[in-house]
Design a protein around this ligand. Structure first.
Ligand SMILES: NC(=O)c1ccc[n+]([C@@H]2O[C@H](COP(=O)([O-])OP(=O)(O)OC[C@H]3O[C@@H](n4cnc5c(N)ncnc54)[C@H](O)[C@@H]3O)[C@@H](O)[C@H]2O)c1
Length: 364
């Protein structure tokens, strides 16, 4: 196969063809067995589409001798390499290629954090915090409009989103496939959750299934989808449980599921510890988030009324949960696995009202 070097010059672009490494540029005809084209250009920006015409000599230029790769350097500073796409020229399909520079292949992220329910209030706070320690944070949520707004707020460079119903195994598998094409997952935060059914008396079997499916089963599906990557990164899983998983505060299906989630956390810690994977749960008390809006409408003082049951006399903010998640995902917690950390302003530590009644002491 013969290339006419002169034909390859265009403006300040010099093309050099070599079977192995860059050679000094020579003018004239040069017979090569080349499969690699190396292009030096002063202004890469102008090198958008370079027309490379191989000449025939003694036979056919066919697919048996195609250019198989191409590298592009700047003349001034050869340290910068751009990848290059070889596209058969449709007009001169028999003998032409259009060489088009393409942006460098995106680097695979070495540390991705997944936050399910990332479009919600706690999910956004967690995502923002994990953005400081991960290459990429992916918000996985069923609500596209809400998550898109969240992403605008967080910034699309470091944050991404995947719309997925995490109770559906097939959707979770597809979501994981798309995420893993971007890199390796180091942190999985199973945060999506919620409840609508307040008591056993009012609960239908469908509601029971829906709430256990979202608050427990989905965490198992996500673990399965990302476990290989977590093994690779020796990463960690953080499950957002609730004080409802530790004591009874209403919402029985949700509470049973959260209790199950805390136990699932221990199971992951024990079974996956040998792969360097840690698993911990965070159990928030009342957090000021959107799901409380209907209760706020019914009672505008609901947060003040609830706060009186908390030893710290306040409720939890999304940021408080995010801080705990950030700590548990970090190396600072490298010896901590299998725990459930209440972030509850002291709710599960004990009740001042009971302590006062029992002791008859004003100190409570
Ligand atoms: N807010 C509280 O008082 C409180 C207290 C304790 C625990 N929690 C827990 O914190 C977590 C976050 O709650 P929040 O208050 O931020 O609620 P939120 O409603 O603001 O966020 C939950 C997010 O999960 C998403 N989601 C719901 N179903 C989904 C599904 N099938 N697939 C994918 N995404 C789905 C929702 O679209 C939403 O964006 C939940 O697990 C919740 O149980 C909240």
């Amino acid at each position: 196969m013969v290339f006419d070097i002169g034909r390859f010059r265009r403006q300040d672009v010099i093309l050099q063809i070599s079977p192995l490494t860059p050679q000094p540029v020579r003018r004239g005809r040069m017979a090569v067995e080349a499969v690699t084209a190396v292009i030096f250009a002063d202004a890469l920006a102008s090198l958008v589409s370079l027309y490379l015409t191989p000449r025939y000599q003694n036979g056919d230029f066919t697919a048996s001798h195609p250019l198989s790769s191409c590298q592009v350097f700047t003349n001034a500073a050869r340290e910068r390499e751009k990848s290059c796409r070889l596209v058969p020229d449709e007009v001169n399909a028999d003998y032409g290629y259009i060489i088009t520079t393409v942006p460098p292949a995106p680097q695979m992220a070495s540390s991705i954090a997944i936050v399910t329910g990332g479009g919600g209030d706690i999910g956004q706070a967690i995502a923002l915090k994990l953005g400081a320690t991960h290459d990429l944070v992916v918000l996985v949520d069923i609500d596209e409009a809400k998550t898109s707004v969240a992403l605008d707020r967080l910034g699309r460079e470091k944050f991404g989103m995947q719309i997925c119903d995490i109770t559906d195994g097939e959707q979770v598998a597809e979501m994981a496939r798309l995420v893993l094409s971007k890199g390796a997952v180091r942190t999985l935060v199973n945060n999506a959750g919620g409840t609508r059914a307040f008591s056993l008396h009012d609960m239908t079997p469908e509601q029971w299934r829906d709430e256990t499916s979202l608050n427990l089963d989905a965490a198992f599906l996500c673990l399965h989808a990302f476990q290989d990557s977590l093994k690779q990164t020796r990463g960690s899983v953080i499950n957002i449980a609730s004080v409802n998983g530790l004591s009874v505060f209403g919402n029985p299906a949700y509470s049973a599921a959260k209790a199950g989630l805390i136990h699932l956390t221990r199971s992951i810690a024990v079974e996956y510890g040998k792969f360097g994977i840690r698993a911990n749960a965070v159990a928030p008390g009342t957090v000021r988030t959107a799901p409380w809006e209907s209760r706020m409408k019914a009672n505008p003082d609901v947060f003040r009324d609830v706060a009186q049951w908390y030893p710290l006399e306040r409720i939890v903010e999304p940021q408080d949960v995010a801080n705990a998640v950030s700590f548990l995902s970090s190396n600072e917690a490298s010896a901590i696995t299998g725990v459930c950390l209440p972030v509850d302003c002291g709710l599960t530590a004990g009740q001042t009202a009971i302590a006062r009644t029992i002791t008859q002491s004003d100190h409570y």
